[in-house]
Design a protein around this ligand. Structure first.
Ligand code: NDP
Length: 254
């Protein structure tokens, strides 16, 4: 029995063309799965594809704006056309707009909610029939420390990431009968384009994260590879509905 063998399996990773998504794609690919990375930026995607191919993975890029239901459906259709199956979906695409709550426009609220939460629901819905056809599947949704905590500049982001946890639980109960496990990962502070923007905006963010994190450092996208590999593989077949912090201890210290 090899609990960590994904040969023959196919994984879709939204936002897999950079940051945490690429780290997770690398973790899943290292177990032998074929990878579809999805996003909007083709230049970033060609660099990501090269990284995956250089490591010996089979991988393609599909252009998709996951805020659009039609793109979510087309992503799954294209995955089926290329690889004839789908076993693993990582709902990683995400964005943030940092403002005080009273300053958000309605459009900005929807932009964050649609990118971070509604997209995960729509991609999940689109992926469900293919996973049922495959005899089961793994869905990994990306939350945040903002699934647990609040902060003044993060209202729609925190709402979307709190929603990810509850949506994960609801989907896990609904789809267990189909042998689909649905789990959330809550990354701590990870060095990516997203947090580089936050560090420009928030004085001392870099140092305060280092100080509060028991491991004493920021995470890297490759720190996300192991949890993705675990939740994508049969090692986690009895794990569902969880929200697992991967944060160097950020959420358990003071
Ligand atoms: P990045 O900005 O590096 O990556 C975000 C990814 O999402 C990009 O690859 C982007 O691709 C994709 N994306 C954004 N909007 C869309 C869209 N509408 N359609 C398709 N793809 C989209 O950030 P991170 O890697 O840091 O973030 C990844 C996830 O991890 C997000 O959900 C984020 O909230 C979460 N997270 C990050 C943390 C961190 O510390 N970095 C901490 C906790 C959670 P493209 O531009 O090509 O569309």
């Amino acid at each position: 029995m090899n609990l960590f063998d994904l040969k023959g399996k196919v994984a879709v990773v939204t936002g897999g063309n950079g940051g945490i998504g690429l780290g997770m794609a690398q973790g899943i690919a290292s177990l032998g799965a074929r990878i579809v990375i999805a996003g909007r930026n083709k230049d970033k995607a060609s660099v990501a594809l090269k990284t995956l191919h250089d490591a010996g993975a089979e991988a393609v890029f599909v252009v998709a704006d996951v805020t659009k239901k039609a793109d979510c459906q087309a992503l799954i259709t294209e995955t089926h056309r290329v690889y004839s199956r789908l076993d693993i979906l990582v709902n990683n695409a995400g964005t943030s707009i940092r403002k005080m709550p009273q300053d958000f426009t309605e459009a900005e609220w929807h932009q964050v909610m649609d990118t971070n939460l509604t997209s995960a629901f729509l991609c999940g819905q689109a992926a469900y029939p293919a996973m049922v056809a495959a005899g089961g599947g793994k869905m990994i949704n990306i939350g945040s420390m903002m699934s647990l905590f609040g902060a003044p500049y993060t209202t729609p982001y925190a709402a979307s990431k709190g929603g990810i946890v509850q949506m994960t639980r609801a989907l896990a109960t609904a789809w267990a009968k189909d042998n689909i496990q649905v789990n959330a990962v809550l990354p701590g502070w990870i060095d990516t384009d997203l947090t580089r923007r936050a560090r420009e905006h928030v004085p001392n963010l870099h140092d305060s994260v280092e100080k509060r994190t028991p491991h004493g450092r920021w995470g890297t996208p490759s720190d996300m590879a192991g949890i993705a590999a675990f939740l994508a593989s049969s090692a986690s077949d009895f794990v569902t509905g969880t929200a697992i912090p991967v944060d160097g201890g950020f959420s358990i210290g003071m």
